[in-house]
Design a protein around this ligand. Structure first.
Ligand code: FAD
Length: 374
């Protein structure tokens, strides 16, 4: 391979896509810098799934065993009615049963820390930073950071999530690529068990759903609701987002008022619309996007982390195959990964439209009672 040692790459974003991309670029021999807007690796977030080819990628990255030893083992899903009566349940795993080795559920921050610890001595991290301008020439790309500093890189990877700054600067405004799926969600994590460990509970009324997921003495509280129209809010304005959840769910039965109180006083809160990013190309010149920035499928896919890991791995494989020739590698990346992304996005879209948040009382009862009672 052409020597990549003197080649410098910049990764924007230190989450799942960013850390996976940084891992592979370091492995290929590039000199890697990661710039992350937060002041440290962002640790919020609930459980994420790593499945299919992403678990193979995790094996190749040498982190699979660590992921496995931190895996969560959801055992039971219970469907509740307004009086907290279980109408149906799904037993996912009997005590002692063997777990699959191609699907791991793990806390998002555990994953981030495992990968960050693996990289922190080999890769330069700039926390509290962000890219504000790019100037690409035939030979390199000049990056301006928010503190005014400038540096040249050979390649830039935009792994900065659904509201990617790299995408906005290099590819155009977010609205060109975002497809709203007519639903919103919030995730709050509390450090106590609101239901039995390893259990998920669901409650819903038409167009609104609440889910509790308990593991490791914590509970994820998830609120989801359908909305034909987009609700105006600033994605950095957390108070406004908490208020949206309060307005949507206030007055509902089951444990809603208790859960809303938890949301209002919790430290960790994540809110977004269900949406997908669809782009005709994930690369432009010396810039490639990876993960949610390029092809977010929405949480309804349950595949955000897997797509980010697969994307980073596909990009690295293409660069290796083409000996560091980024133009050929980027073509491969766009071509080979696309069918898989399109399939996952189509399934997620259907999921949101038809199953995720049932629209009628009848659909809720049918879902709840079709599940057997255990
Ligand atoms: C704090 C947090 C909590 C989450 N919780 C959940 C969850 O509970 N369930 C779920 O399904 N998904 C959650 N997600 C989304 C999930 O991580 C992604 O859908 C998926 O894993 C794909 O990862 P990604 O690396 O592409 O994007 P993300 O995980 O969104 O990561 C993007 C990274 O880029 C950083 N960034 C953003 N803007 C800039 C910028 N201008 N410059 C530099 N860095 C920037 C962000 O701080 C973040 O670290 C969460 C994401 C975050 C950031």
């Amino acid at each position: 391979m052409e020597s990549l040692k003197e080649k410098k790459v910049l990764v924007s974003g230190a989450s799942i896509a960013g850390l996976s991309t940084a891992y592979w670029m370091d492995k290929l021999g590039y000199k890697v810098t990661v710039v992350e807007i937060a002041n440290e690796p962002r640790t919020a977030g609930g459980a994420i799934d790593i499945e299919g080819i992403a678990s193979d990628a995790a094996k190749r990255m040498g982190i699979f065993k660590q992921l496995e030893s931190n895996r969560l083992n959801l055992e039971m899903i219970e469907f509740k009615n307004a009086d907290d009566i279980t109408e149906g349940s799904i037993l996912l795993k009997n005590e002692g049963a063997e777990l699959p080795d191609d699907h791991i559920e793990i806390e998002r921050d555990k994953f981030v820390h495992i990968l960050f610890d693996k990289l922190k001595n080999d890769v330069e991290f700039i926390f509290g930073g962000s890219i504000t301008a790019l100037n690409e020439t035939k030979d390199n790309i000049l990056v301006t950071f928010k503190d005014g500093k400038q540096s040249e890189f050979d390649l830039l990877f935009g792994c900065d999530g659904i509201h990617s700054a790299v995408r906005r600067i290099r590819f155009g405004h977010e609205t060109e690529y975002t497809h709203f799926l007519k639903a919103y969600f919030s995730i709050t994590i509390v450090s106590k068990l609101l239901v039995k460990q390893k259990t998920m509970q669901m409650y819903g009324v038409p167009d609104k759903a609440i889910m509790l997921n308990a593991y490791n003495n914590k509970t994820d509280i998830v609120f989801c609701f359908n909305s034909e129209k987009e609700i105006p809010y600033d994605y950095r304005d957390e108070e406004r987002q908490r208020k949206i959840i309060l307005e949507q769910f206030e007055g509902l039965n089951w444990r809603t008022s208790e859960l809303l109180k938890e949301v209002q006083r919790s430290k960790t809160f994540y809110f977004d619309k269900f949406c997908q990013i669809k782009m005709p190309s994930w690369t432009k010149g010396r810039v490639a996007l990876v993960g949610d920035a390029a092809y977010c499928a929405s949480p309804a896919a349950g595949m955000g982390a897997s797509l980010a890991i697969n994307g980073a791995t596909a990009l690295a494989d293409a660069l290796q195959k083409h000996n560091g020739n980024f133009e050929l590698a980027f073509q491969d990346y766009n071509k080979k990964l696309r069918p898989f992304i399109e399939e996952v996005q189509a399934t997620a879209e259907l999921n949101v439209r038809e199953n995720f948040i049932p629209r009628t009382e009848e659909a809720i009862r049918k879902r709840n009672t079709q599940a057997k009672l255990f």
